[in-house]
Design a protein around this ligand. Sequence first.
Ligand SMILES: Nc1ncnc2c1ncn2[C@@H]1O[C@H](COP(=O)(O)OP(=O)(O)O)[C@@H](O)[C@H]1O
Ligand SMILES: [Mg+2]
Length: 357
Amino acid sequence: MRRIAIINQKGGVGKTTTVANVAAALARAGQRVLVCDLDPQAHLTLHFGLDPSDDTPDMYDLLTGSASIAKARVKVGHNLWVVGASIDLAAAEVELVSIVGREVVLQGLLDQHVGDQKDTPFSKYDYILFDCPPSMGVLTLNGLCGADEVIIPLQPHYLALQGLGKLLETVQLVSRRIHSVLRVSGVAICMNDAGTRLAAEVVEDVRRFLADARGTAVPWSKARLYESMIRRNIKLAEAPSYGQSIFDYAPESNGATDYERLAQEIHASSCDQAASQEISASDDAASSETASVENASVENASVESASSNTASGRPHHTDPLAQVIPLPVSATASEHASTSQERREISAPSHSADRTG
Ligand SMILES: Nc1ncnc2c1ncn2[C@@H]1O[C@H](COP(=O)(O)OP(=O)(O)O)[C@@H](O)[C@H]1O
Ligand SMILES: [Mg+2]
Protein backbone atom coordinates (compact mmCIF):
# COMPACT_ATOMS: atom_id res chain seq x y z
CA MET A 1 0.00 0.00 0.00
CA ARG A 2 1.27 3.45 -0.89
CA ARG A 3 0.35 6.50 1.16
CA ILE A 4 0.95 9.73 -0.72
CA ALA A 5 0.50 13.34 0.43
CA ILE A 6 0.00 15.90 -2.30
CA ILE A 7 1.39 19.11 -0.90
CA ASN A 8 2.33 22.63 -1.85
CA GLN A 9 1.98 25.55 0.55
CA LYS A 10 0.84 27.70 -2.35
CA GLY A 11 -2.85 27.69 -3.23
CA GLY A 12 -4.22 27.21 -6.74
CA VAL A 13 -1.36 25.10 -8.07
CA GLY A 14 -3.42 21.98 -8.83
CA LYS A 15 -3.23 19.90 -5.63
CA THR A 16 -6.93 19.10 -5.40
CA THR A 17 -7.32 18.55 -9.14
CA THR A 18 -4.36 16.18 -9.04
CA VAL A 19 -5.64 14.18 -6.05
CA ALA A 20 -9.14 13.85 -7.53
CA ASN A 21 -8.08 12.79 -10.99
CA VAL A 22 -5.08 10.63 -10.10
CA ALA A 23 -7.31 8.83 -7.57
CA ALA A 24 -10.02 8.36 -10.19
CA ALA A 25 -7.50 7.08 -12.75
CA LEU A 26 -6.02 4.59 -10.28
CA ALA A 27 -9.48 3.38 -9.21
CA ARG A 28 -10.51 2.93 -12.84
CA ALA A 29 -7.41 0.84 -13.34
CA GLY A 30 -8.42 -1.56 -10.58
CA GLN A 31 -6.56 -0.07 -7.62
CA ARG A 32 -8.42 0.38 -4.35
CA VAL A 33 -8.06 4.02 -3.37
CA LEU A 34 -8.92 6.05 -0.26
CA VAL A 35 -8.62 9.83 -0.48
CA CYS A 36 -8.55 12.12 2.54
CA ASP A 37 -9.53 15.78 2.32
CA LEU A 38 -7.40 17.75 4.79
CA ASP A 39 -8.40 21.18 3.52
CA PRO A 40 -11.20 23.05 5.36
CA GLN A 41 -12.11 24.57 1.98
CA ALA A 42 -13.39 21.05 1.15
CA HIS A 43 -12.71 21.41 -2.58
CA LEU A 44 -11.84 17.74 -2.92
CA THR A 45 -15.05 16.75 -1.14
CA LEU A 46 -17.03 18.93 -3.57
CA HIS A 47 -15.07 17.58 -6.52
CA PHE A 48 -16.41 14.12 -5.70
CA GLY A 49 -19.97 15.44 -5.57
CA LEU A 50 -20.30 15.28 -1.77
CA ASP A 51 -21.95 17.94 0.37
CA PRO A 52 -19.52 19.19 3.05
CA SER A 53 -22.41 20.47 5.16
CA ASP A 54 -24.31 17.18 5.44
CA ASP A 55 -24.30 15.02 8.58
CA THR A 56 -21.70 12.48 7.46
CA PRO A 57 -18.77 12.38 9.88
CA ASP A 58 -15.72 13.93 8.25
CA MET A 59 -12.05 14.70 8.80
CA TYR A 60 -12.87 17.03 11.70
CA ASP A 61 -14.68 14.21 13.52
CA LEU A 62 -11.76 11.89 12.85
CA LEU A 63 -9.07 14.24 14.12
CA THR A 64 -11.05 15.16 17.20
CA GLY A 65 -11.76 11.53 18.03
CA SER A 66 -15.51 11.37 17.52
CA ALA A 67 -15.64 9.09 14.47
CA SER A 68 -13.69 6.26 12.89
CA ILE A 69 -12.47 6.09 9.29
CA ALA A 70 -14.86 3.19 8.69
CA LYS A 71 -17.76 5.50 9.62
CA ALA A 72 -16.46 8.59 7.87
CA ARG A 73 -15.44 7.19 4.50
CA VAL A 74 -17.96 7.50 1.67
CA LYS A 75 -17.85 5.31 -1.41
CA VAL A 76 -17.91 7.60 -4.45
CA GLY A 77 -17.15 5.10 -7.18
CA HIS A 78 -15.89 1.62 -7.89
CA ASN A 79 -12.73 1.11 -5.77
CA LEU A 80 -12.84 4.71 -4.55
CA TRP A 81 -13.60 6.07 -1.05
CA VAL A 82 -13.41 9.61 0.31
CA VAL A 83 -13.07 10.97 3.82
CA GLY A 84 -14.50 14.42 3.31
CA ALA A 85 -13.82 17.77 4.92
CA SER A 86 -15.90 20.77 5.93
CA ILE A 87 -15.19 24.23 7.22
CA ASP A 88 -15.27 22.75 10.76
CA LEU A 89 -11.85 21.35 9.99
CA ALA A 90 -10.38 24.83 10.44
CA ALA A 91 -11.26 24.50 14.14
CA ALA A 92 -9.29 21.26 14.40
CA GLU A 93 -6.06 23.24 13.90
CA VAL A 94 -6.86 25.12 17.11
CA GLU A 95 -8.28 22.18 19.03
CA LEU A 96 -5.27 20.00 18.31
CA VAL A 97 -2.71 22.58 19.43
CA SER A 98 -2.54 21.34 23.00
CA ILE A 99 -2.59 17.63 22.14
CA VAL A 100 0.66 15.73 22.48
CA GLY A 101 1.36 13.94 19.21
CA ARG A 102 -1.08 16.14 17.31
CA GLU A 103 0.84 15.60 14.05
CA VAL A 104 0.33 11.84 14.06
CA VAL A 105 -3.36 11.59 14.93
CA LEU A 106 -4.31 10.66 11.38
CA GLN A 107 -1.37 8.27 11.05
CA GLY A 108 -2.59 6.40 14.14
CA LEU A 109 -6.16 6.24 12.86
CA LEU A 110 -5.07 4.94 9.47
CA ASP A 111 -2.78 2.32 10.99
CA GLN A 112 -5.67 1.17 13.12
CA HIS A 113 -8.19 1.21 10.27
CA VAL A 114 -5.95 -0.75 7.90
CA GLY A 115 -4.68 -3.07 10.64
CA ASP A 116 -8.10 -3.80 12.14
CA GLN A 117 -9.42 -5.64 9.14
CA LYS A 118 -6.25 -6.78 7.52
CA ASP A 119 -7.62 -10.18 6.64
CA THR A 120 -10.68 -8.78 4.90
CA PRO A 121 -11.03 -6.60 1.82
CA PHE A 122 -12.97 -4.03 3.89
CA SER A 123 -10.09 -1.67 4.58
CA LYS A 124 -7.57 -2.93 2.09
CA TYR A 125 -6.27 -0.17 -0.11
CA ASP A 126 -3.57 0.03 -2.75
CA TYR A 127 -3.34 3.80 -2.39
CA ILE A 128 -4.22 6.38 0.25
CA LEU A 129 -3.96 9.96 -1.05
CA PHE A 130 -4.06 13.13 1.07
CA ASP A 131 -5.16 16.49 -0.29
CA CYS A 132 -3.41 19.05 1.92
CA PRO A 133 -4.36 22.67 2.54
CA PRO A 134 -2.22 25.55 1.28
CA SER A 135 -0.47 26.04 4.60
CA MET A 136 2.11 24.29 6.74
CA GLY A 137 -0.01 23.91 9.86
CA VAL A 138 -1.07 20.87 11.81
CA LEU A 139 -3.42 19.59 9.08
CA THR A 140 -0.63 19.39 6.52
CA LEU A 141 1.64 17.82 9.15
CA ASN A 142 -1.01 15.14 9.69
CA GLY A 143 -0.98 14.53 5.94
CA LEU A 144 2.82 14.29 5.88
CA CYS A 145 2.91 11.91 8.85
CA GLY A 146 0.02 9.82 7.51
CA ALA A 147 1.92 9.44 4.24
CA ASP A 148 5.19 7.77 3.34
CA GLU A 149 5.58 9.71 0.13
CA VAL A 150 5.11 13.26 -1.06
CA ILE A 151 4.17 14.40 -4.54
CA ILE A 152 4.49 18.11 -5.21
CA PRO A 153 2.31 19.73 -7.87
CA LEU A 154 4.09 22.74 -9.28
CA GLN A 155 2.98 25.46 -11.63
CA PRO A 156 5.91 26.45 -13.82
CA HIS A 157 5.95 30.09 -12.78
CA TYR A 158 8.48 32.64 -11.71
CA LEU A 159 9.73 31.83 -8.16
CA ALA A 160 8.31 28.29 -8.34
CA LEU A 161 11.73 26.91 -7.52
CA GLN A 162 12.08 29.11 -4.46
CA GLY A 163 8.73 27.84 -3.18
CA LEU A 164 9.89 24.31 -3.86
CA GLY A 165 13.00 24.85 -1.73
CA LYS A 166 10.90 26.01 1.22
CA LEU A 167 8.59 23.04 0.86
CA LEU A 168 11.48 20.61 0.79
CA GLU A 169 12.87 22.16 3.98
CA THR A 170 9.61 21.27 5.70
CA VAL A 171 9.60 17.73 4.35
CA GLN A 172 13.17 17.32 5.54
CA LEU A 173 12.33 18.59 9.02
CA VAL A 174 9.36 16.25 9.30
CA SER A 175 11.44 13.35 8.04
CA ARG A 176 14.20 14.09 10.58
CA ARG A 177 12.05 14.80 13.59
CA ILE A 178 8.89 12.76 13.33
CA HIS A 179 8.52 10.43 10.37
CA SER A 180 11.82 9.14 9.07
CA VAL A 181 10.49 7.11 6.13
CA LEU A 182 8.98 10.19 4.48
CA ARG A 183 10.44 10.88 1.07
CA VAL A 184 9.57 12.92 -1.99
CA SER A 185 8.55 10.73 -4.91
CA GLY A 186 8.11 13.36 -7.52
CA VAL A 187 7.18 16.76 -8.84
CA ALA A 188 4.19 17.03 -11.15
CA ILE A 189 3.99 20.06 -13.41
CA CYS A 190 0.40 21.33 -13.44
CA MET A 191 -1.37 23.95 -15.53
CA ASN A 192 1.50 23.84 -17.93
CA ASP A 193 1.53 26.43 -20.68
CA ALA A 194 3.56 24.22 -22.98
CA GLY A 195 5.56 26.13 -25.52
CA THR A 196 6.25 29.19 -23.38
CA ARG A 197 9.86 29.99 -22.63
CA LEU A 198 9.21 30.62 -18.93
CA ALA A 199 7.58 27.21 -18.45
CA ALA A 200 10.42 25.47 -20.27
CA GLU A 201 13.03 27.26 -18.16
CA VAL A 202 11.32 26.47 -14.85
CA VAL A 203 10.89 22.83 -15.85
CA GLU A 204 14.57 22.64 -16.76
CA ASP A 205 15.55 24.23 -13.43
CA VAL A 206 13.47 21.71 -11.49
CA ARG A 207 14.96 18.85 -13.49
CA ARG A 208 18.49 20.06 -12.74
CA PHE A 209 17.70 20.66 -9.07
CA LEU A 210 16.41 17.11 -8.63
CA ALA A 211 19.33 15.67 -10.60
CA ASP A 212 21.77 17.47 -8.28
CA ALA A 213 20.20 15.69 -5.29
CA ARG A 214 20.80 12.18 -6.68
CA GLY A 215 22.96 10.09 -4.39
CA THR A 216 22.67 12.52 -1.47
CA ALA A 217 20.93 11.82 1.83
CA VAL A 218 18.03 14.23 1.35
CA PRO A 219 14.43 12.91 1.24
CA TRP A 220 14.10 14.04 -2.38
CA SER A 221 17.21 12.25 -3.63
CA LYS A 222 15.05 9.81 -5.61
CA ALA A 223 12.37 12.28 -6.63
CA ARG A 224 11.51 12.39 -10.30
CA LEU A 225 10.04 15.07 -12.48
CA TYR A 226 7.07 13.27 -14.00
CA GLU A 227 7.23 13.25 -17.78
CA SER A 228 3.46 13.58 -18.02
CA MET A 229 2.90 17.27 -17.48
CA ILE A 230 -0.67 18.46 -17.01
CA ARG A 231 -1.61 20.97 -19.66
CA ARG A 232 -3.91 23.86 -18.90
CA ASN A 233 -7.33 22.55 -19.87
CA ILE A 234 -10.66 24.21 -19.15
CA LYS A 235 -12.43 20.84 -18.77
CA LEU A 236 -10.35 20.23 -15.64
CA ALA A 237 -11.67 23.47 -14.17
CA GLU A 238 -15.27 22.63 -15.15
CA ALA A 239 -15.41 19.04 -13.87
CA PRO A 240 -15.61 19.89 -10.11
CA SER A 241 -18.80 21.86 -10.54
CA TYR A 242 -20.44 18.67 -11.83
CA GLY A 243 -18.99 16.64 -8.96
CA GLN A 244 -17.19 14.46 -11.48
CA SER A 245 -13.67 13.37 -12.27
CA ILE A 246 -12.29 14.35 -15.64
CA PHE A 247 -12.81 10.77 -16.82
CA ASP A 248 -16.55 11.01 -16.31
CA TYR A 249 -16.92 14.63 -17.32
CA ALA A 250 -14.71 14.83 -20.42
CA PRO A 251 -13.01 11.51 -21.14
CA GLU A 252 -11.71 12.69 -24.51
CA SER A 253 -10.09 15.87 -23.17
CA ASN A 254 -6.39 16.63 -22.85
CA GLY A 255 -6.98 16.76 -19.10
CA ALA A 256 -8.12 13.13 -19.07
CA THR A 257 -5.17 12.05 -21.21
CA ASP A 258 -2.66 13.91 -19.04
CA TYR A 259 -3.98 12.65 -15.71
CA GLU A 260 -4.26 9.09 -16.94
CA ARG A 261 -0.61 9.20 -17.98
CA LEU A 262 0.45 10.80 -14.72
CA ALA A 263 -1.36 8.10 -12.74
CA GLN A 264 0.32 5.43 -14.86
CA GLU A 265 3.70 6.97 -14.16
CA ILE A 266 3.04 7.22 -10.42
CA HIS A 267 1.89 3.61 -10.38
CA ALA A 268 4.77 2.38 -12.53
CA SER A 269 7.29 4.09 -10.25
CA SER A 270 6.49 1.59 -7.51
CA CYS A 271 7.09 -1.27 -9.90
CA ASP A 272 10.32 0.04 -11.44
CA GLN A 273 12.50 -2.67 -10.03
CA ALA A 274 9.98 -5.39 -10.71
CA ALA A 275 9.72 -4.31 -14.38
CA SER A 276 7.84 -1.45 -15.80
CA GLN A 277 4.24 -2.36 -15.23
CA GLU A 278 1.53 -0.46 -17.02
CA ILE A 279 -1.85 0.09 -15.38
CA SER A 280 -4.28 -2.17 -17.16
CA ALA A 281 -7.79 -0.96 -17.75
CA SER A 282 -9.04 -4.04 -15.98
CA ASP A 283 -10.70 -3.73 -12.61
CA ASP A 284 -10.30 -7.41 -11.94
CA ALA A 285 -9.95 -7.75 -8.18
CA ALA A 286 -7.60 -10.72 -8.30
CA SER A 287 -5.07 -9.03 -10.56
CA SER A 288 -5.29 -5.89 -8.47
CA GLU A 289 -4.45 -7.81 -5.33
CA THR A 290 -1.45 -9.45 -6.95
CA ALA A 291 -0.17 -6.06 -8.10
CA SER A 292 -0.57 -4.60 -4.66
CA VAL A 293 1.45 -7.37 -3.06
CA GLU A 294 4.23 -6.76 -5.57
CA ASN A 295 4.00 -3.02 -4.93
CA ALA A 296 4.26 -3.56 -1.23
CA SER A 297 7.52 -5.45 -1.43
CA VAL A 298 9.15 -2.96 -3.81
CA GLU A 299 7.75 -0.21 -1.67
CA ASN A 300 9.24 -1.60 1.52
CA ALA A 301 12.61 -2.02 -0.11
CA SER A 302 12.73 1.56 -1.29
CA VAL A 303 11.36 2.93 1.97
CA GLU A 304 14.05 1.08 3.87
CA SER A 305 16.77 2.40 1.64
CA ALA A 306 15.37 5.93 1.80
CA SER A 307 15.18 5.68 5.56
CA SER A 308 18.70 4.38 5.91
CA ASN A 309 19.89 7.23 3.69
CA THR A 310 18.16 9.72 5.93
CA ALA A 311 19.63 8.15 9.00
CA SER A 312 23.08 8.05 7.50
CA GLY A 313 23.89 11.62 8.42
CA ARG A 314 23.72 15.19 7.28
CA PRO A 315 23.01 15.99 3.65
CA HIS A 316 25.74 15.75 1.08
CA HIS A 317 27.77 18.97 0.90
CA THR A 318 26.45 19.79 -2.56
CA ASP A 319 22.86 19.91 -1.27
CA PRO A 320 21.76 23.50 -1.95
CA LEU A 321 19.47 23.50 1.08
CA ALA A 322 22.07 22.19 3.50
CA GLN A 323 23.13 25.68 4.51
CA VAL A 324 19.68 26.93 5.37
CA ILE A 325 18.00 24.05 7.20
CA PRO A 326 18.41 24.36 10.97
CA LEU A 327 19.02 21.03 12.67
CA PRO A 328 18.35 21.46 16.40
CA VAL A 329 20.12 19.10 18.77
CA SER A 330 16.81 17.41 19.60
CA ALA A 331 16.13 16.77 15.94
CA THR A 332 17.88 13.45 15.97
CA ALA A 333 15.56 12.13 18.67
CA SER A 334 13.04 10.86 16.14
CA GLU A 335 15.76 8.96 14.32
CA HIS A 336 16.08 6.86 17.46
CA ALA A 337 12.34 6.59 18.01
CA SER A 338 11.69 3.15 16.70
CA THR A 339 8.04 2.73 17.65
CA SER A 340 5.22 4.85 16.40
CA GLN A 341 4.33 5.56 20.04
CA GLU A 342 7.78 7.06 20.57
CA ARG A 343 7.50 9.02 17.35
CA ARG A 344 4.11 10.25 18.47
CA GLU A 345 5.63 11.82 21.56
CA ILE A 346 8.12 13.94 19.68
CA SER A 347 6.74 17.34 18.92
CA ALA A 348 6.88 18.71 15.40
CA PRO A 349 8.46 22.02 14.47
CA SER A 350 6.05 24.89 14.77
CA HIS A 351 5.53 26.51 11.42
CA SER A 352 3.77 29.79 10.98
CA ALA A 353 0.73 29.60 8.76
CA ASP A 354 1.35 30.64 5.18
CA ARG A 355 -2.09 30.51 3.72
CA THR A 356 -1.93 32.02 0.29
CA GLY A 357 -5.18 30.95 -1.26
N1 LIG B 1 -4.64 21.86 -15.72
C1 LIG B 1 -5.58 22.74 -15.40
N2 LIG B 1 -6.13 23.51 -16.37
C2 LIG B 1 -7.08 24.44 -16.06
N3 LIG B 1 -7.54 24.66 -14.83
C3 LIG B 1 -7.02 23.92 -13.82
C4 LIG B 1 -6.03 22.93 -14.06
N4 LIG B 1 -5.72 22.37 -12.86
C5 LIG B 1 -6.47 22.97 -11.95
N5 LIG B 1 -7.26 23.91 -12.50
C6 LIG B 1 -8.20 24.82 -11.82
O1 LIG B 1 -7.39 25.75 -11.11
C7 LIG B 1 -7.96 26.02 -9.84
C8 LIG B 1 -6.96 25.64 -8.74
O2 LIG B 1 -6.72 24.25 -8.80
P1 LIG B 1 -6.75 23.34 -7.50
O3 LIG B 1 -6.53 21.95 -7.93
O4 LIG B 1 -7.98 23.63 -6.71
O5 LIG B 1 -5.47 23.90 -6.74
P2 LIG B 1 -5.06 23.77 -5.19
O6 LIG B 1 -5.72 22.57 -4.65
O7 LIG B 1 -3.57 23.67 -5.23
O8 LIG B 1 -5.51 25.04 -4.53
C9 LIG B 1 -9.24 25.24 -9.75
O9 LIG B 1 -10.31 26.08 -10.15
C10 LIG B 1 -9.05 24.12 -10.77
O10 LIG B 1 -10.26 23.66 -11.31
MG1 LIG C 1 -6.99 22.44 -2.97
